[in-house]
Ligand binder design. Structure first.
Ligand code: ZN
Ligand code: ZN
Length: 357
């Protein structure tokens, strides 16, 4: 990954942001700009150079991961060494991430950086991260590959009496076996009527014939998150859920077909939502259609009603319509989809049929 190029891209935006230096404190953004994978690090980016800050636990790790960059290890917090570096780099207007500092850190920063104007900035690096470069796409493909493998393994093992929690554990174990560092987020497994909850937490509910099984899960590879949902039947599900599955599958295909460079989040959301509303079930599709995915499980661009994010080529978004019927069950189908200059490509290979092969 060319972190130097990313920092140069950010530095070229500073004039427009009204700053001549930018302090990054949100870890996914620090990782994006430096390659650092630890749990505590900050980076100062200016047109004339950058400096990375971390604590003593990560001195060695930073030496391997953070290249072409001055690296400062601190004992008592990043503020003073960061302000020293900012003064050395002649920063007079310091951008900071309005969503990346606590109120307390802001107050301390203001006290430490006397004479330097602080400029709040929102979503700048996040916006840059919408467009994935080839290495990022490869990591997402590998994360998806582990996710597909886990699905194939676990769906063949559905059995009477298994609990949601056990199945979630099996999915996570299979993703690790297939090369993932771990799950990208807390795995969702919901049986039968539990599937009516969009984000059900797996519990002791046991599987029996006639249940649907909704699984929302994904692997993590090199910091990149996969995100996929499949809903399958164990035995013969209620006829109503069979129809709902057909409907959600059609809506999901309409959503995927609407993914194209230049489309707004609202347009793509609407394409899928229209199908569900047309069947009179609009009130049971209770969330947005999808979200960008990458170094974070939920990032931009967002696909939702009223959303004005415009899809660029190279973005990866989920398309995940669902219909949730309290007391009965629910269906969601979710794929990660790459926006291309001339169309789109869904990343998963896992089948979407209600009846697993
Ligand atoms: Zn998901
Ligand atoms: Zn998702």
């Amino acid at each position: 990954m060319d972190h130097r190029l990313r920092r140069a891209r950010l530095a070229s935006r500073l004039v427009e942001l009204g700053a001549d230096g930018f302090l990054l404190t949100r870890l996914p953004n620090v990782r994006y700009m430096t390659g650092f994978t630890g749990s505590n690090g900050q980076v100062l980016v200016t047109p004339d150079g950058a400096a990375f800050f971390t604590d003593g636990r990560y001195t060695q790790q930073a030496r391997h991961e953070v290249l072409d960059l001055e690296s400062v290890t601190y004992l008592d917090g990043f503020l003073q060494p960061m302000v020293d570096a900012a003064r050395r780099l002649e920063v007079v207007r310091l951008g900071f991430e309005s969503e990346g500092v606590t109120f307390r850190t802001y107050e301390e920063l203001r006290a430490a950086a006397k004479g330097i104007e602080l400029v709040p900035v929102t979503g700048e690096v996040e916006r840059q991260r919408w467009v994935k470069d080839p290495e990022e796409l490869e990591a997402l493909e590998r994360a998806q590959g582990a996710t597909d493998e886990a699905f194939a393994a676990v769906v063949g093992r559905l059995r009477d009496g298994v609990t949601e929690r056990e199945l979630a554990f099996e999915l996570e174990a299979e993703m690790r076996r297939a090369g993932a560092e771990g799950p990208a987020f807390d795995t969702i497994v919901a049986f039968g009527e539990d599937a009516a909850e969009p984000h059900h937490e797996p519990a002791g509910r046991t599987l029996s014939r006639g249940d649907v099984v909704k699984m929302d899960f994904g692997g993590l590879v090199d910091g990149y998150h996969a995100d996929m949902t499949r809903t399958v039947a164990f035995g013969e599900p209620p006829a109503q859920l069979r129809d709902v599955h057909d409907l959600v599958r059609s809506a999901q295909q309409a959503g995927i077909d609407a993914v194209r460079m230049g489309a707004t989040g609202a347009e793509v959301d609407g394409a899928a939502r229209d199908v569900i509303e047309g069947a009179g079930l609009g009130e049971h599709f209770t969330h947005g259609l999808g979200h960008g995915v990458g170094l974070e499980i939920h990032e931009g661009p967002r696909l939702r009603r009223g959303g004005d994010d415009v899809l660029p080529a190279g973005a990866v978004v989920t398309v995940e319509p669902g219909v949730y019927l309290p007391g009965v069950g629910g269906v969601r189908i979710e794929d990660m989809v790459l926006v291309m200059e001339d169309g789109r490509r869904a990343l998963p290979r896992a089948p979407k049929d209600l009846a697993p092969a």
